[in-house]
Every structure is written in structure tokens, then in C-alpha cells.
Design a protein around this ligand. Structure first.
Ligand code: DC
Length: 226
């Protein structure tokens, strides 16, 4: 039975999304992008003029939101209530705001339950920052994917070319700031779980990363049968 719960954590631009999606497809698993949840909270907070420092209002906001993924003809879409916010959450402003609101314990608490519910049925790949450390400490297999800052910035810059008018330097500066925020926060900081498998993707392609992961998945599945 293929029923692992797999977590993939790491800094921005390490290739987590491509790798998580591909790995999930190859295994026939679901894929959950937990960054989208923080981005959803950030977008709704911004629309309402709520400051990322205002924890009580963020707390109330999180309680009132209904964030969900839905599979449609054009792939998986992300909704807040009935509104499709898939594209609106991908701006540089929302990236920075998501990092800021994600440092608030009330926001992390609100999203914790939601994420754990999504993991009740296994056969799923979760992508985020604290999947292996906090949300699913008992995950079957944990990866921490990283790469040099420069390599990550170049990748993100290419990904956003035509959508985001930022220069490569600005992408790199934003990324560095976001990593520092995410790693320095008190609640659930970005760090590898003690039992995570570290993969550095600076010099290798996404396909190679997935190939390495599949080897670990197969080993894990084989050890279960034994
Ligand atoms: O993965 P992403 O770039 O879409 O995430 C946006 C922000 O959300 C990121 O800077 C930190 C936060 N985040 C988090 O704190 N915990 C997660 N599990 C996922 C994202």
C-alpha cells in the first residue's frame, strides 16, 4: 500500500514546489502547498488593511476565513470562500506579507489544525517551512531542500519573468529578507527536522532531486513491508 505522508521543507526558491508536485504525480499522491495558506491570510489581511503586527485582528480574520484547494479543469485552484485567489497570492508584496503574518503564533495555530486535517488521509506530499518539525513530526519521510541564495534567486527571477517586474537584485534581496524572517521567528522557525534528509539542489536539476527522493521513498516502503 502506497500510503506515506511526505514532507518537504526549505527556504524560498529551493525548488520545493516543482519537486513536490512532480514527486506527488509520480507516486499518485496528493500535493499540498501550505505556503498558499499563509499567502491567503496575507492577501485577506492586506485587503482589509490589517497590519501584520496586529495579532488579535489576524486571529479573528483566520477564524472567519475558509481557505481551500479545489481541483478543476485547469489544475488545482486555491479559494478563499467562493473567490479564486490562485493568481492574486503570487505577487512580491504578498510573499513578504505572508512571511510577516506567518510569524504570528495566532496565525500558525489557526492553520495548524487545517493542515493536520488535510493530512489525515496519507498518500500526500506537504510542502512548507515547518511540515517536518511542527505540523507532522511523525511524517513517514522528511526532506529539507535547499540551494545557494544566488541559485535560488536566479530560479525565482526566471520563473517570474514577464509576471514580476523586479530585477534579479531585488528578487535576491527580498528572498534573503524572507529567509531571515522565516528562520528567525520564535514560533515554528524554518529549520530542518533532526530526521530530515537534506538535499542541496544548487548543482542538480529538479528531476535529479525527484529521482533521489524516489530512492528514499522506495527504501521507506520496502522497510515497511519487511
Ligand atoms: O512557500 P511560500 O513562498 O509560498 O511561503 C510564503 C511564506 O509563508 C513564507 O515566506 C513563510 C510562510 N510559510 C510558513 O511560515 N510555513 C509554511 N509551512 C509555509 C509557508
Amino acid at each position: 500500500m502506497k500510503s506515506l505522508l511526505i514532507t518537504i521543507d526549505g527556504p524560498a526558491g529551493a525548488g520545493k514546489t516543482t519537486v513536490s508536485r512532480t514527486l506527488a504525480d509520480r507516486l499518485g499522491y496528493r500535493y499540498v502547498d501550505t505556503g498558499a495558506l499563509y499567502r491567503g491570510v496575507a492577501l485577506e489581511a492586506m485587503d482589509r488593511g490589517i497590519s501584520p503586527d496586529d495579532e488579535p485582528r489576524l486571529d479573528a480574520l483566520c477564524r472567519s476565513l475558509e481557505l481551500r484547494f479545489a481541483r478543476g479543469e485547469t489544475g488545482t485552484r486555491f479559494f478563499s470562500g467562493e473567490t479564486d485567489i490562485t493568481d492574486r497570492i503570487r505577487t512580491p508584496e504578498i510573499s513578504m506579507m505572508a512571511s510577516a503574518v506567518s510569524a504570528q503564533p495566532a496565525v500558525r495555530r489557526a492553520l495548524l489544525d487545517l493542515q493536520r486535517k488535510m493530512g489525515e488521509k496519507k498518500a500526500v506530499v506537504f510542502e512548507g517551512r515547518d511540515m517536518g518539525t511542527v505540523v507532522f513530526p511523525n511524517a513517514d519521510l522528511k526532506f529539507f531542500l535547499t540551494a545557494d541564495l544566488k541559485a535560488r534567486a536566479v530560479r525565482r527571477y526566471k520563473e517570474l519573468a514577464g509576471i514580476n517586474p523586479q530585477s534579479l537584485e531585488d528578487v535576491e534581496t527580498d528572498m534573503k529578507r524572507r529567509d531571515e524572517n522565516d528562520a528567525a521567528r520564535k514560533t515554528s522557525p524554518l529549520r530542518p527536522a533532526d530526521d530530515a534528509i537534506l538535499i542541496d539542489s544548487t548543482e542538480i536539476s529538479a528531476d535529479e532531486v525527484v529521482a533521489q527522493m524516489i530512492v528514499h521513498v522506495e527504501k521507506r516502503l520496502a522497510s515497511r513491508k519487511a
